[in-house]
Design a protein around this ligand. Sequence first.
Ligand SMILES: Cc1cc2nc3c(=O)[nH]c(=O)nc-3n(C[C@H](O)[C@H](O)[C@H](O)COP(=O)(O)OP(=O)(O)OC[C@H]3O[C@@H](n4cnc5c(N)ncnc54)[C@H](O)[C@@H]3O)c2cc1C
Length: 407
Amino acid sequence: MTTDSKDLSFDVLIVGGGMIGSALALGLSRQGWRVGLVEGASVDAQLVPPQPATGVEDFEPRVSAISLASQRLLEQLGAWPRVQAARHCSYREMTVWDGDGTGRIHFDAAELHARSLGTIVENRNVVRALFEELADSEVAVIDGVRVKSWAHDQGVELDDGRRLNARLVVGADGALSRLRQWAGLPTREWDYDQQAIVCTVRTRQSHRYTAWQRFSLTGPLAFLPLANETGDEHFCSIVWSQDTQEARRLMALDTDSFRRELEMAIERELGEVEAVSKRFAFPLRQRHAKDYVADGLVLVGDAAHTIHPLAGQGANLGYGDVRVLLQELERAKRLGLAPDDALVLARYQRRRKGENLTMMAAMEGFKQLFGRDELPVRWLRNTGMRWLDQLAPVKNRIAAQAMGIHE
Ligand SMILES: Cc1cc2nc3c(=O)[nH]c(=O)nc-3n(C[C@H](O)[C@H](O)[C@H](O)COP(=O)(O)OP(=O)(O)OC[C@H]3O[C@@H](n4cnc5c(N)ncnc54)[C@H](O)[C@@H]3O)c2cc1C
């Protein structure tokens, strides 16, 4: 339901209709809360279906590896069939190796008795699926206008001068969240002095429904399998995290030189890299809000935490926030509590902080382990990887946890 809303009062007002905020809006509306969603971009633009993909320029460069736990949430919200109706690629295997050593580790869905390890989706297709579901919901979508200010005692003011009131305001406004700043919630930040180069490539050999990741001293390179409408198995989305100076050099290369460097960096695992799309670079910063809640406000998704993309877990952590906040607000409704009840929000924060911090610490550990050249560290990671690869029960438990197969 889009709105020019005359009545601008809500139980919950969500600011930010990305992959995370739009999912939360849908879930809360199903629980019977009166929900508003403000998104700066125009919804009509989000609803335009993409053209069939025949070349590398036809895919959206931003993709996510959706875990099975996130998939289950999208299923419960009714959006998953729409995600599946669009381009998506379930991957069955994952190979990770140390480009500066001999360590190699291989994960296989079959060993986990699962059909896949996860699904690679273009972010815009997930957002579109969620907005299509929102169109049939009671959520008041206020789009094409940005929130200009928020204060607990004054509510939300939009760029066009409209004022909105809500018992609870949710900051789902991404990594540079203004809501987080207006609420005065400090963050802990790690600047990696790295950038992620993102683009789509076509390779000579099939990707074999496998996610490939090679670590090197200057950062990881991932080839994530994509599928187009005709079942072509030769497209991959790449995320190449590199130290800033090196990333700048790679971004400045002409297409052919970049293509050749990429081919070498992935050690020709998929044969020749035949085509490369336009490249985009994102600065990498790991950021964690010390608190996710303030009076009348709660943070979810990248507004609460941004994480190094090396394990592709950013959106999955955001969906973990959505799942828990939905559980806590459903419980509040059952108990007759207001959505901004301090204890309700404190329970959400307590349940999410631990998991988010654990994942962020793991990413930091990975980054340190693969970013160092000293002999003992190299020995440790190569021996460790080989040992882990042969120790199926431990390896599979780690994989199941990361993929959200068992919670
Ligand atoms: C290179 C790279 C690769 C990644 N790969 C993966 C991956 O493989 N798997 C994975 O799980 N994650 C991945 N991520 C992370 C993932 O993309 C993010 O975690 C996820 O998109 C965050 O979603 P969000 O809805 O919280 O924020 P966003 O997607 O940033 O959405 C925020 C929304 O808020 C709106 N907004 C902002 N301010 C205002 C305002 N003032 N008023 C109104 N609207 C506003 C914006 O228009 C936007 O739509 C990757 C990230 C990067 C950088």
